[in-house]
Ligand binder design. Structure first.
Ligand code: C6P
Length: 393
């Protein structure tokens, strides 16, 4: 059996999305900016896709959705756009508040901007991996121009207090961006309820294709371009539109919004079944209160077992999981989230992330429980550090 439990890294394409994209690799290959029939005939599908994205976010189309190549680009566009528009010529407003556990697409971009005089406060998470609205509020100064806080964390699944922080931002007249990559398709993302100025998403996290993402920009909050050139996207992001992928993202986002209930019931029940079984294994620590996490995610630390060893045992049995975020998987350093939430280096090296999707089945979870439990027993029986901690405790 093959079981894919790394859905926070990427997801499989929804079969309906694949079917919808297919004609745009065949007959419908026109450039939508061309004036001839080939260009004209692809435009309705593009409009439909964008319409689905506004509907999925419950945002009016007087706001903007800028299509990008991925969430990393969307995050860069916001942070660098804010720098060019507001900070470069006004050092009185040079402060950005974010969290210490954002994705590297935020953290590394902010480290880069620090070299150009941007002052950044990285708010720490609590020991549960959560963020309190008060901690964000306390970080604000009269120089703060932007708060950037993810909707949900990719490693722990912890859901951040997005509505409260959006209200704090509004009250203080501060711009608010959220990286919602791990929220869309897992949680209700309703922009008529939560007031964000900018929101990042990426199709491959919700059963759409890889290499396409989006940036929602609220009306009146436009930013300078990251990519200059042609007039595509109303002149806001140059480059020939990737029609097939945009069409795929539109349907994937519609499907994601329609399946939030399935995530909250079926997927949550499967995740809880797996988590309950893992929690019964001695010396395991599951990060974050379950009710405060996205319904598909578990981050667990297994005392005495290197995350990579566990990963390879699972992999041999056909089960895909991860030791943390995919973009840091080549580093054998301690899991940075575990470190951020104050777990010691030993626990940080023993982290495993398991993330389900709406395509995960009960048979797959039953098989995973069996393999996982045996792998822990096997690896602990040969782990000198586990034997040591047992004797010591
Ligand atoms: N996180 C993970 O394993 P791209 O690849 O640019 O479409 O998405 C980047 C990104 C941005 N923000 C968040 C919250 C994310 O989780 C990701 C991707 C993957 O956790 C790969 S590193």
């Amino acid at each position: 059996m093959r079981v894919y439990l790394d859905n926070n890294a990427t997801t499989k394409i929804d079969p309906l999305v694949k079917v919808k994209m297919q004609p745009f690799f065949e007959d419908l290959y026109g450039n939508p900016n061309s004036l001839h029939q080939y260009g004209i005939e692809v435009r309705p599908a593009l409009n439909e896709a964008l319409g689905s994205m506004y509907d999925a976010l419950n945002a009016p189309d007087e706001d903007d959705i800028i299509i990008t190549s991925c969430a990393t680009e969307s995050n860069n566009a916001v942070l660098k756009g804010i720098f060019f528009k507001y900070i470069l010529n006004n050092p009185e407003k040079n402060h950005i508040v974010t969290t210490a556990v954002e994705h590297p697409a935020i953290l590394d971009t902010l480290l880069f901007l620090q070299e150009y005089g941007v002052d950044v406060t990285f708010v720490d998470v609590d020991e549960d991996g959560g963020i309190s609205p008060e901690a964000i509020k306390n970080a604000i100064t009269d120089k703060t121009i932007l708060i950037s806080m993810m909707w949900a964390n990719n490693e722990t699944g912890m859901i951040f207090p997005i509505k409260e922080v959006s209200e704090i931002a509004k009250e203080k007249g501060i711009l608010f961006h959220s990286d919602a990559v791990q929220a869309i398709g897992k949680l209700k993302v309703d922009l008529s309820d939560v007031d964000v100025d900018y929101l990042t998403f990426s199709a491959h996290k919700f059963h759409g294709p890889k290499g396409i993402g989006g940036l929602y920009v609220k009306k009146g909050k436009s930013l300078p371009n990251l990519l200059h050139g042609g007039e595509q996207m109303g002149g806001k992001r140059a480059g020939t539109l990737n029609v097939a992928y945009i069409v795929g993202m539109g349907l994937a986002m519609k499907q994601a919004a329609n399946h939030v209930e399935v995530m909250d019931t079926k997927v949550r029940a499967l995740r809880d079944k797996l988590e309950d079984a893992i929690a019964k294994i001695p010396d395991t620590i599951i990060v974050g209160e379950r009710a405060k996490r996205t319904p598909n995610t578990i981050l667990v630390s297994l005392r005495g077992i290197e995350g990579e060893s566990m990963l390879w045992d699972l992999n041999r049995a056909g089960i895909a999981a991860s030791t943390g975020s995919a973009c840091a998987s080549e580093s054998l350093e301690a899991n940075p989230i575990m470190t951020a939430i104050g777990k010691g280096p030993e626990l940080a090296h023993t982290a495993m992330r398991l993330s389900l999707s709406r395509f995960t089945t009960e048979d797959e979870i039953d098989y995973t429980i069996e393999v996982f439990t045996k792998a822990v027993e096997r690896l602990r029986s040969i782990s000198s550090s586990y034997a040591y901690t047992n004797i010591a405790s």
